[in-house]
Design a protein around this ligand. Structure first.
Ligand code: HEC
Length: 202
């Protein structure tokens, strides 16, 4: 009796181990309750007999109204004018308000200050740890960048700076652009820029 038990548990162990070889398989995994999980469908770019042009991917019908995804506003989405140049004037679609500026300050301090520092001099904590050189926003060349190009830098990165479009949505990108401009202005302000009350009662 004891020997039989030993034999059978030995065999069971062998069977278990044999099941763990981990061979890749082209079969779908065993699906006990299939519900409607696997159904016939087309993949993108597959040919299809359903449509006259034989393609799965169809153009939307003429006059289709985009809902939230149109992205036709080049100034807002790409920081460019219709002729492809970087814009130098604020995009009309997004009102420049004090709240937007505040948001820009907050987002800047989260996303940009680790490298560019709070004043935009390029001496953030990452730079201090010996990353590639980071330019100051107060260099003449960067002060003269069109706002569309600063937006582009946030969206797509530039040379050694990574892109931030996946972390920062469009309106926040512009909020940050406004704040970068404010930082630049802060280093080159004149007494006339301060509000009158403060100028007269320092
Ligand atoms: C990981 C570090 C890092 C972060 C975070 C970062 N930058 Fe940069 N940035 C750089 C580096 C490095 C350069 C210089 C790139 C080069 O010239 O090779 C640069 C360059 C720039 C320039 C100058 C572009 C030019 O044409 O020379 C601007 C403007 C700028 N960054 C804006 C931003 C803004 C706005 C943010 C926040 C959304 C940001 N950066 C976040 C590292 C960073």
């Amino acid at each position: 009796m004891k020997t039989a038990l030993r034999w059978s548990s030995g065999l069971a162990l062998l069977a278990l181990l044999a099941g763990c070889r981990g061979d890749p398989s082209r079969q779908p995994p065993i699906h006990v309750v299939p519900n409607m999980d696997t159904q016939d469908r087309y993949n993108a770019y597959e040919p299809s007999g359903i449509f006259a042009d034989g393609r799965v991917m169809q153009e939307p019908p003429q006059g289709t109204v985009a809902r939230g995804q149109e992205r036709a506003d080049d100034a807002l989405w790409r920081g460019r004018s219709p002729d492809g140049e970087f814009i130098t004037k604020w995009p009309e679609a997004l009102p420049l308000t004090a709240e937007l500026m505040k948001r820009g300050q907050q987002r800047y301090n989260i996303f940009c200050a680790p490298c560019h520092d709070a004043a935009g001099e390029g001496k953030g904590i990452v730079q201090q740890r010996g990353l590639v050189p980071i330019p100051s926003y107060h260099e003449q060349r960067i002060r003269e960048l069109p706002i569309g190009q600063i937006y582009e830098v946030i969206r797509n990165g530039v040379r050694t700076m990574p892109a931030y479009r996946h972390q920062i949505p469009v309106e926040d990108r512009w909020a940050i652009v406004a704040y970068v401009r404010a930082l630049q202005r802060s280093q080159y302000a004149s007494a006339q820029d301060a509000d009158t009350a403060k100028r007269e009662n320092p």
